[in-house]
Write a protein that binds this ligand. Sequence first.
Ligand SMILES: NC(=O)c1ccc[n+]([C@@H]2O[C@H](COP(=O)([O-])OP(=O)(O)OC[C@H]3O[C@@H](n4cnc5c(N)ncnc54)[C@H](OP(=O)(O)O)[C@@H]3O)[C@@H](O)[C@H]2O)c1
Length: 253
Amino acid sequence: MKRVAFITGATSGFGRAAALRFAEAGWSLVLCGRREERLKQLEEELAATTAVHCVVLDVRDADAVNQAVSALPGAFKRVHALINNAGLALAAKPAQQAVLQDWHTMIDTNVTGLVNVTHALLPTLIETGQGATIVNIGSIAGHWPYPGSHVYGASKAFVKQFSYKLRCDLLGTGVRVTDLAPGIAETEFTLVRTGGDQAASDALYSTTTPLSATDIAEQMLYIATLPAHININRLEVMPTRQAWSAFAIDRDP
Ligand SMILES: NC(=O)c1ccc[n+]([C@@H]2O[C@H](COP(=O)([O-])OP(=O)(O)OC[C@H]3O[C@@H](n4cnc5c(N)ncnc54)[C@H](OP(=O)(O)O)[C@@H]3O)[C@@H](O)[C@H]2O)c1
């Protein structure tokens, strides 16, 4: 029987690239996102390659998540890999200028949404047992501070810690958990973060070589197909052209 990957945020960026990569590797797919039209297009694109079940889903809605998981058709019920990828950054400005609703939206999506999906799928992942994998998409922002990352970075620090804590409780079940933490990667991420500012997005990714969505999809597949006795706890991936910088120091004028 084909292995099933359950991918959230499959309508764009990493999630979409993961759908293409896992399909190519012979997995069946459950694909989630809020934008139905994009899910339909992706389903059509993959129709000749693998079996796909699409769910229009807002991960913030726990009832909808539970409903989607309990309504999975037979061939998709036994999930082998959960790719907890849906997420976003908002309010790309200092904390003191951020709108409170943007903070709530990031927490609701990156934290509450991720735990909603995890909680709903844990029983099937435990049933799958040896080799089952949860890949939680964190970020370098979950480990390294930088200006303007406030609640986004904190939400990704939650992803890291939740991944570690899950590992403790899942010991003995065979289910693996990884915090996959990318650095700068060209997707719609910056478009969302800047409220649709295409010029800002283009400016960020031009004149350097960011990671691509495909680069991260490749890491997801690598983690999910390692021999069952190996667990990567955290995988932080930056492009070669990104690194840390000096500490900022406030000085007298
Ligand atoms: N790009 C980067 O530089 C970078 C670096 C580190 C980490 N990340 C993380 O990588 C993940 C994927 O981001 P990306 O770069 O691929 O950005 P993206 O192109 O904007 O994709 C984000 C995906 O998340 C989905 N999503 C957002 N809110 C959702 C909700 N409430 N319910 C369901 N789905 C939702 C979106 O689908 P719908 O809008 O259709 O719902 C979309 O498919 C995020 O967790 C992000 O924080 C990105």
